[in-house]
Design a protein around this ligand. Sequence first.
Ligand SMILES: Cc1cc2nc3c(=O)[nH]c(=O)nc-3n(C[C@H](O)[C@H](O)[C@H](O)COP(=O)(O)OP(=O)(O)OC[C@H]3O[C@@H](n4cnc5c(N)ncnc54)[C@H](O)[C@@H]3O)c2cc1C
Length: 325
Amino acid sequence: MSAILVYALHYDGAFNKNSLGAVSEASRLAAELGSEAHAVVVGDASDELAASLGNYGATRVFRARSAPEGLAQPVVDVMAKVMDDGGHRYALFGGGLLGFEIGAGLTARLHAGVTMEVTEVKVQDGKLVAVRPILQDSAIVDSGYVNEPGIIIGRLNAFEISEAADGASAEVETLDVQLSEWSTKARMVQRGEQRGEQVNIEDAKVLVAGGRGLGKAEGFQLAEDLAGALGGAVAATRAVVDAGWYSYSAQIGQTGKTVAPKLYLAAGISGAIQHKVGMQASENIVAINKDPNAPIFEFSDLGIVGDLNKIMPKLTAAVKARKGA
Ligand SMILES: Cc1cc2nc3c(=O)[nH]c(=O)nc-3n(C[C@H](O)[C@H](O)[C@H](O)COP(=O)(O)OP(=O)(O)OC[C@H]3O[C@@H](n4cnc5c(N)ncnc54)[C@H](O)[C@@H]3O)c2cc1C
């Protein structure tokens, strides 16, 4: 039946948003191909957790406890075996550093074709075609696969999460996969996560992003206050990260993270193309900029022209007052 296989990353008893997007996308594509979406989970995923991928359209979940979560090569071993045994036509990854590493390893292992930084996948003549921006996002290309299997690695959070209407649970199959000798050379010592004040930036529903318009490193206090009031996290442009005002883990854009929160509030950000590609999928974009001709206003849902030093404290106070009321 040649299904689509997805790697679903989990930690702290939940799948990450990016993996759920990949499972949803695989399920949508499989329906068009008349096929099925399957998933691989590794580590200590419980039955309930693994089966819950059915809510996002997966019909089967292969669980390999011998492979630890967080390292690429053991997952490559597991996915290569599942694809060899099951004749899967495609493997789909949501992206992220681990997804990129596993996808690249799987491609080499299976002598497959790979497309990275994919922002959309289409079905054409019974095959998958990956759509990806090239040349610093100045052009978009369609990439088909000459041979199968084909490996598709999405941009982080490029695929939308959608819960299956029937919400069925997936059939969970536990596999005993013999890991290669080289796959067990590295071991996970500690898992660290760079978080904003309260929320992981890639999963945050609200992001308050600061740019050079904040003036200096201390200016980020304005962004942190507003993000705190809104229950969100703080993001940044490369210009301020390069200037040492904020940490790289918060950088959004071509050489940073790709995010798609419900609200992206850009303060003192000009809206350069390299920044735009990392946040353009946000549901609502609000920009504060003193320059009415700033490019960010071209792709904002709401634009506020003015000095952020005056606007942001008032906005923070208003949000607090409303929440307190
Ligand atoms: C290969 C490459 C990769 C890159 N990757 C990234 C990336 O991943 N992410 C990224 O962000 N950039 C990236 N860049 C850099 C990008 O081109 C821009 O230089 C950068 O995004 C600009 O950051 P900024 O908006 O903070 O600063 P600026 O462009 O300097 O904009 C500052 C804005 O603040 C406004 N402002 C100033 N004072 C105030 C005030 N008091 N109140 C309100 N508004 C005010 C100004 O009007 C201006 O619009 C990359 C560049 C290259 C060449």
